[in-house]
Design a protein around this ligand. Structure first.
Ligand code: ADP
Ligand code: TZD
Length: 583
């Protein structure tokens, strides 16, 4: 949109005035127009100086503006929208503190390779640079730079098109990540000729171009895989992001190689697929001799590719868009650098119907272990202890997801995360969103909102009671936008568990303990949502089914045995231990 500035010409005598009209646009509208031109439909943000009018105008111009209670949650929503759509999710914040609140989400998005753009208004450059104490003064560009993939500032309205084009391309090309775009307050009010403004905008052509792997790298990988005795495929969230679902499935099935999905790659192939080795993960990792990594890094989540977890010596084939990822932890015998779609297609070109299948002994061994473990797990899940524990509650949720395979699952906590990841099978790609590469708490309500807004489908947010606290105020946002989010709090009275005691006998409770028997269900009722308090699997099942059928904002306070679970979930070994502390 643009305004019309009428400049009445000087009139002489009684000659009728000829209105010289000039159409003007401004920084506000150029930002909105540039985003729209590039297919952006939603802004996740929190209004205030200097971007309040930008949020209003964006809404007026047809963008969906989802307004949050804290910028970190807006940023997390944008990040997961980026993961889901392949377009950068947009988070809009005010300066200094608002920017810093959003920055955690931007850094987390970058760490997880999710494309997002944090756009923050900023104060007057002249005052900031002389450190003269402006309202919300901060050198935001300098602070953002080391924490994201790229950072830009636009000073002139005619450069907004370039700034947004650069931000979009930086976020989605190559390894996706977070981009910071600094827009000083003064920029928004700058005006320029509307036609020149329109011309200054850039519609980014092919923002994430294919990157075809070199044929010899593909051949090297195939040779290694063909000679393997105990091959294994590992699918990471990069594989889910790449949207090469059919090609990946075909590769897995034509090679006959057992595979393991990382948590956010679950559902890329249904977890019930006969080649899934998830139920015998430890055995598969330790025994494999050639491992094909597709969009997964050998970071802490994979024990850095070495040590006890990885047991026998092995050779790695790694598909990744980032050449620098190769050899990050261990030697990569056959790196394939390119986008996963192109790399898998190149492999498939040579994997015909007669690709040598893995030796029967290997497949039999994997299947035997898998079936034994599945039987053990079934026995554990069948129990009905009172009070309810993680397993009996998750059995219910597993069955709900099985019956509703297009449900979005958000998951954070310690035990709640580890058990839910293992117990709940996923059936469709890009339906599971969790604490990710950092193991961060606080993604819950932001991811739930981003997933609900982007997909328009039901979300189940499965939350530890501590994890939920980081973003709980967004229940109001969920109610305000009437989103189909059912939040389930695994309430065991504390961080990890609720059983710690203060060793001094003093009045303060232990640092990991919360208010006992808190009723989180009452929180959502304050905003018009529906709350449930459940203590048994049957009650939980009834509540979730009702919640899903209603499609309304709901919260289920699921009372879990406060002694269930372990300290730090499955990460107990990462807690530093001092010899001086040992008795
Ligand atoms: P996980 O946590 O599931 O193991 P990671 O986040 O560690 O997964 O790894 C994802 C990897 O996928 C990153 O190294 C990233 O560079 C890569 N990646 C992301 N998108 C693509 C793509 N389209 N093509 C190739 N590699 C990709
Ligand atoms: N702060 C942030 C931002 N991220 C973190 N990961 C932590 C703190 C430390 N932390 C974990 O790693 S898990 C967790 C914290 C505080 C919460 C565990 O308690 P919970 O889960 O109630 O959410 P369980 O399921 O009861 O174990």
């Amino acid at each position: 949109m643009s305004s019309v500035l009428e400049t009445p010409p000087a009139t002489m005598h009684n000659v009728a005035p000829i209105a010289e009209t000039r159409e003007l646009t401004d920084g506000f509208h150029l930002v909105i127009d540039a985003l729209k031109l590039n297919g952006i439909e939603t802004i996740y943000g929190l209004p205030g100086i200097p971007i309040t009018d930008l949020t209003r105008m964006a809404q007026a111009e047809g963008l969906r503006v989802i307004s949050f209670r804290h910028e970190q949650n807006a940023g997390n929503a944008a990040a997961i929208a980026g993961f889901l759509t392949g377009k950068p999710g947009i988070c809009l914040t005010v300066s200094a503190p608002g920017f810093l609140n959003g920055l955690t989400a931007l850094a987390n998005a970058t760490t997880n390779c999710f494309p997002m753009i944090l756009i923050s208004g900023s104060s007057e450059r002249e005052i900031v640079d002389l450190q003269q104490g402006d309202y919300e003064e901060m050198d935001q560009l300098a602070i953002a730079k080391p924490l994201c993939k790229a950072a830009f500032r636009v000073l002139h309205a005619e450069d907004i098109g370039v700034g947004i084009a650069r931000a979009i391309r930086a976020a989605v090309s190559g390894r996706p990540g977070g981009v910071y775009l600094d827009l000083p307050a003064k920029l928004f009010a700058q005006t320029m000729d509307a036609q020149a403004g329109r011309k200054s905008l850039i519609k980014v052509v092919d923002p994430a171009p294919r990157q075809i792997p070199a044929p010899d790298t593909v051949q090297r990988a195939l040779d290694l895989l063909k000679g393997a005795k105990r091959p294994l495929i590992l699918l990471g969230k990069g594989a889910a992001y790449a949207r090469a679902d059919e090609a990946i499935r075909t590769l897995v099935e034509k090679t006959g190689i057992p595979y393991l999905p990382m948590s956010m790659a679950k559902g890329l192939l249904p977890d019930t697929h006969p080649q899934s080795a998830a139920a015998t993960r430890s055995y598969a990792l330790a025994e494999a001799d050639v491992v094909l990594l597709i969009g997964a890094r050998l970071n802490w989540l994979l024990s850095h590719g070495k040590g006890k977890t990885w047991g026998k010596p092995k050779q790695f084939v790694q598909i990744d868009i980032s050449a620098q990822e190769m050899d990050s932890n261990v030697a990569i015998a056959a790196p394939i650098v390119g986008d996963i779609g192109s790399c898998v297609a190149s492999l498939l070109d040579q994997v015909g119907d007669n690709f040598p299948q893995p030796p029967k002994e290997w497949l039999d061994a994997v299947n035997e272990k898998k079936n034994t473990n599945l039987q053990k797990m079934a026995a554990t899940l069948a129990k009905n202890p009172s009070p309810m524990n993680f397993h009996s509650a998750l059995r219910v949720l597993r069955d709900i997801v099985k019956a509703n395979p297009d449900i979005n699952v958000v998951n954070e906590g310690a035990n709640t995360l580890d058990y839910a990841r293992a117990i709940i099978d996923m059936y469709q790609p890009r339906k599971r969103f969790d604490s990710g590469t950092w193991g961060v708490m606080g993604i819950g309500m932001g991811f739930a909102i981003g997933a609900a807004v982007t997909s328009g489908k039901q979300v189940l947010a499965i939350e530890g009671d501590s994890a939920f606290g980081f973003s709980g105020m967004e229940l109001e946002t969920i109610c305000r936008y009437e989103l189909p989010v059912c939040t389930i709090i695994f309430n065991n009275n504390g961080v990890y568990r609720g059983t710690d005691v203060n060793p001094t006998g003093g009045k303060d409770v232990a640092p990991t303990v919360f208010v006992k028997d808190a009723r989180y269900d009452k929180m959502i009722e304050a905003f018009g949502g529906i709350g449930y308090n459940v203590t048994t699997p049957d009650e939980l099942e009834k509540a979730v089914k009702e919640a899903i059928a209603s499609g309304k904002p709901t919260l289920i306070n699921a009372v879990i045995d406060e002694a269930a679970g372990t300290e730090s979930g499955r990460l107990t070994n990462l807690n530093p231990q001092s010899a001086a502390m040992k008795k």
